[in-house]
Design a protein around this ligand. Structure first.
Ligand code: HEM
Ligand SMILES: [Cu+2]
Length: 537
């Protein structure tokens, strides 16, 4: 009998490919998750190399290494690669791996679409990166592609726009898949309010993606027709308005920053309870806080463009709406700290990165509040203060959380423990140098150094040199990260199913490495595996 089931089961999954074909045709959530994660790591290294070109030029005042045109291409490409190539695919990879395991589902709801969502990405990034080798070079107007500047460059703009369309299609399909999986594939007993927070934050993120990726697609399509088909949506000479672009772009752009941080909140909410050996404090309030942040993210976009001029009432609205986000965010920080309170904490690498996240993301949050103050923003706008702010939230926020998640789940993926000593070295090295890299930039900005410039006045020399040293040291440290992952994939101490003493949840009930097919028979979900105690008797 059991034999029959297996035979039928094999047939159900189609022919088994080996070698490269296994990856090209895979519909398995774990394999696709791995593809996303490897892709993201490669993009992180490419985007990082571009950042180091920028930091090398800025090491000293004057123009030394690259011409200003290429410098601007680097800032543009660095950001596009990091946002769409490194951070977003890393979160989608983690979702692919972990969401089915966390809710007790055998796979994603739409496995073939899942394959397609991933395989669009290499094409999109080939298009994007190919622009660097075109006669007019890559677009150089910044990742925001503001007109009129973005319309004054070469034809490569068309390639970037098509690449953005492809990334959007991939993200939307990924988001539909995640929503369908979470709403339809939960094991019996896995009620919505029993779901781990990583699942919750991703569910909400997926709705944000579906809501705003089409808005970005619309904005860049209008750029495309303005540039190549004679429309004038954004051209004042033709009756259009360049400020319209900024409104549409940031209607996408602000929710986008939450797309890059909500799953990070989810990861940290998994890790802190495990290494505090307590259940998460304030689970329900975490869910509501996440939903409120997502809602508020739609009504704050104009804080990116106070200086274009808008009615006083509008400025006040966007200022206060932005500040209100501090409330649900504060709830989260409070809950993480309360989870740790009187816990038996240990500080393995995932916990270190999660704690680094809590402290350093909060610095980025505070500088964000400073930027939200309208009169202050008139001074800070487009200065290095902004660069410092968003790198605290994106690097020590999003990237640190991704790294925390990778260390946390690596034993589940590979079946081996990574080298804990090297992991801790990676954490401390990264934490020290990332602050050397980005903290001085706050002062540079407050002292008046503009962003997106290849040269600067001599009074900014020292802090720029310090910042560049921090950048190079941080960059070197990431090679250690690659080495640790590589070593762990190849071998090491055998991991148990539970891996971490305090870990709770379905993903820790399956063996390590997680077999290709899990939960073919739905697991029994009761309060013993619940990751929180809000709804327990
Ligand atoms: C990990 C090390 C990183 C370093 C050393 C670095 C460095 C830089 C530098 C030097 C700039 C140019 C600033 C300017 O001239 O205005 C920049 C811009 C930027 N970076 Fe990074 N960055 C890093 C990571 C990231 C990550 C992970 C993200 C996003 C997820 C990111 C997003 C951006 C954005 C959006 C810009 C603005 C580009 C523009 O002005 O259009 N960076 N970064
Ligand atoms: Cu914003």
């Amino acid at each position: 009998m059991s034999h029959d089931i297996t035979a039928e089961h094999d047939e159900h999954h189609g022919p088994h490919h080996t070698g490269l074909a296994r990856w090209v045709f895979s519909t398995n959530h774990k394999e696709i998750g791995t593809l996303y994660l490897v892709f993201s790591l490669i993009m992180f290294l490419i985007g990082g190399a571009m950042a180091l070109v920028i930091r090398a030029e800025l090491f000293a005042p004057g123009l030394q290494l690259v011409n200003p045109e290429f410098f601007n291409q680097m800032t543009t490409m660095h950001a596009l690669v990091m946002i769409f190539g490194a951070v977003m695919p890393a979160f989608v990879g983690l979702a692919n791996w972990m969401v089915p395991l966390m809710i007790g589902a055998p796979d994603m709801a739409l496995p073939r679409m899942n394959n397609w969502s991933f395989w669009i990405m290499p094409f999109a990034f080939t298009l994007l990166l190919a622009t660097l080798f075109m006669p007019t070079g890559a677009p150089a107007s910044g990742w925001t592609l503001y007109p009129p500047l973005s319309l004054q460059g070469g034809n490569s703009l068309a390639f970037v726009i098509f690449a953005i369309h492809l990334m959007g299609i991939s993200s939307i399909m990924g988001a539909i898949n995640i929503i369908a999986t979470i709403l339809n594939m939960r094991a019996p007993g896995m009620t919505l309010l029993r779901m781990p927070l990583f699942v919750w934050t991703w569910l909400i993120t997926a709705f944000l993606l579906i809501a705003v990726m089409p808005v970005l697609a619309g904005a860049v399509t209008m750029l495309l027709t303005d540039r190549f088909f004679g429309t004038s949506f954004f051209s004042a000479a033709g009756g259009g308005d360049p400020v319209l672009y900024q409104h549409i772009f940031w209607f996408f752009g602000h929710p986008e920053v939450y797309i890059m941080i909500l799953p990070a909140f989810g990861i940290v909410s998994e890790i802190i309870p495990t290494f505090s050996r307590k259940r998460l404090f304030g689970y329900t309030s975490m869910v509501y806080a996440t939903a409120s942040i997502a809602f508020l993210s739609f009504i704050v976009w104009a804080h990116h463009m106070f200086t274009v001029g808008m009615p006083l009432g509008a400025m006040l609205f966007f200022m206060y709406a932005t500040m209100v986000i501090a409330v649900p965010t504060g709830v989260k920080i409070f809950n993480w700290v309360s989870t740790m309170w009187r816990g038996s904490m240990t500080f393995e690498t995932p916990m270190l990165f999660a704690l680094g996240f809590v402290v350093l993301f909060t610095i980025g949050g505070f500088s964000g509040l400073m930027l939200a103050i309208v009169p202050a923003d008139f001074q800070y706008h487009d200065s290095y203060f902004v660069v410092a702010h968003f790198h605290y939230v994106l690097v020590t926020g999003a990237i640190f959380a991704i790294m925390a998640g990778v260390y946390y789940w690596l034993p589940k993926w590979t079946g081996h423990m990574y080298n804990e000593t090297l992991g801790k070295v990676h954490f401390w090295w990264s934490t020290i140098w990332i602050n050397v890299l980005f903290f001085p930039q706050h002062y540079l900005g407050l002292a008046g150094m503009p962003r997106r410039i290849p040269d600067y006045a001599v009074q900014f020399a020292e802090f720029n040199m310090i910042s560049s040293i921090g950048g190079f040291m941080f960059g070197i440290g990431q090679l250690l990260f690659v080495y640790i992952i590589w070593k762990c994939a190849r071998g090491g101490e055998k991991a148990t199913a539970q891996v971490w003493e305090g870990a709770r949840g379905l993903e820790w009930t399956v063996p390590s490495p997680a077999p290709l097919h899990t939960f073919d028979t739905p697991p029994v979900v009761d309060d013993s595996v619940a990751v929180h105690k809000d709804n327990l008797a």
